[in-house]
Write a protein that binds this ligand. Structure first.
Ligand code: SF4
Ligand code: SF4
Length: 423
């Protein structure tokens, strides 16, 4: 897509560049992109915010019309309605999947959010520096395991207590402690050389999923390089309209990974993978872990626990990367796993970055709908492919005492391999 040069950026330190003028990024978009929508309305039934409100302005078509009005100078970018709608949108991209005109909604949304947002320096402070994020995560873990959380949350009003329940459970050890920078398959020569993105929240709250990913890759003949100096991929900041910081992080990671020497850069968080694929710094080498494993062909485990599993499609895997079959094929490759499809598996669970914090009511409605569909399958396990979905679903099943385990699909495969090697 043709983009006019970005606004002038003044560098004031790592990830602390400031935008001199973002006058109207929407006006810098190739105008034909804004004209691509043919107003057919096919996207309307797939849009959760339209479904909830039945308001045209809360639909993909309505939002595109608002963006066009801003680009044409007919609506001020400062108008509260514009900003509200750009953030009421979940960014789930369900509208892109069904659009017959191939409207690149994600690019327009990114630009529109950049127009209405000012950089959030607290978010930058945390997500531009893995060191700072880890310090914050350690403090949070202390709060969680020291008894302080039980004490404080009992005193909180209901709304804050609900927010408290949404926080990620911080891992006892982060990825660095669980994964060596360079690991090779035992007893055989590697067939592929891959890099692993450890992520930001993934690194501190789902380090076990990163370890599982490495184990599965090693078992399938990959040499795994997990560079120490890597940073957050930038997707969370990009999602909030802070494109300058997001691009800076992405460029830094591309350099650190040295993508030209790798067969693939493996990502196990759908939101990160979607952002990195669209961003273009990685020479087309970014692969979701399920996508890569299916491409190279995995060695199926010989045994596994008998499990009834349902699959929740992360929006940024399904709609953002158009990956529907690979995670299912991965799950079907595990013996004794019965895969039961849930109704509306591609409907957003309400996590959507920090949407479950900024739009609590709408996120809660979506979660309720998702849990109902999960419950109807009778599954003991929900497998998914995104940290945000795991957090949202875990909080939901815990609050309702559903007794359902929420895991990353790759973790189920890793467990089966482990069981096999223990016998
Ligand atoms: S499906 Fe595509 S072309 Fe049709 S209204 Fe929605 S965005 Fe526009
Ligand atoms: S990204 Fe999702 S919420 Fe936003 S307009 Fe598209 S379908 Fe609706």
């Amino acid at each position: 897509m043709a983009l006019a040069p970005m606004a002038t950026v003044r560098d004031t330190g790592p990830c602390m560049s400031t935008v001199e003028t973002s006058s109207n990024l929407l006006q810098q978009l190739d105008y034909s992109v804004l004209q691509q929508c043919i107003h057919c309305g096919l996207c309307l039934p797939t849009c959760p915010t339209y479904d909830a409100t039945k308001n045209e302005t809360s639909s993909p078509r309505g939002r595109i019309a608002l963006m066009r009005a801003v680009a044409d100078g007919k609506l001020s970018a400062d108008s509260p309605k514009f900003s509200e709608e750009m953030y009421f949108c979940l960014g789930c991209l369900a509208c892109e999947t069904v659009c017959p005109a191939n409207v690149q909604y994600h690019e327009m949304l990114e630009m529109a959010r950049a127009v209405v947002s000012r950089p959030n320096f607290l978010m930058r402070l945390l997500f531009c520096s893995p060191r700072r994020l880890k310090v914050a995560a350690k403090l949070l873990r202390f709060y969680q395991i020291s008894g302080l959380r039980r004490l404080i949350s009992a005193l909180l009003p209901r709304k804050l207590r609900e927010l408290d329940a949404m926080q990620p459970e911080i891992s006892a050890k982060f990825s660095r402690k669980l994964i060596a920078e360079h690991e090779v398959p035992r007893g055989k020569s590697p067939k592929f050389r891959v890099g692993l993105l450890v992520g930001c929240i993934q690194d501190v709250a789902f380090a076990d999923v990163n370890r599982d990913t490495v184990d599965v890759l090693l078992r399938n003949g990959c040499e795994v390089f997990t560079p120490r100096g890597q940073v957050c991929c930038g997707s969370l900041l990009g999602h909030l309209g802070d494109l300058d910081a997001a691009r800076e992080l992405s460029r830094k990671n591309a350099e650190i990974f040295g993508v030209e020497s790798l067969d693939a850069v493996i990502v196990n968080v759908a939101g990160c993978g979607s952002f990195m694929k669209h961003d273009g710094n990685f020479a087309g080498k970014v692969r979701d872990v399920s996508e890569f494993l299916m491409e190279i062909g995995i060695e199926p485990p010989k045994i596994s626990q008998k499990l009834r599993v349902t699959y929740q499609e992360a929006c940024h895997l399904a709609h953002g990367q158009k990956i529907f079959d690979a995670p299912r094929a991965l799950l079907r490759a595990i013996p004794n796993v019965e895969l039961v499809e849930m109704k509306e598996s591609t409907w957003c669970c309400g996590s959507a970055g920090i949407y479950n914090i900024t739009h609590r009511e709408m996120a809660a409605e979506l979660l309720e709908r998702k849990l109902k569909n999960i419950g109807a399958t009778g599954a003991e396990v929900v497998a998914t492919g995104n940290a945000g979905c795991m957090l949202q679903l875990r909080a939901g099943v815990r609050a309702r005492g559903m007794g359902v385990e929420v895991v990353h699909a790759v973790s189920l495969l890793a467990r089966a391999y482990r069981l096999e090697s223990e016998r």
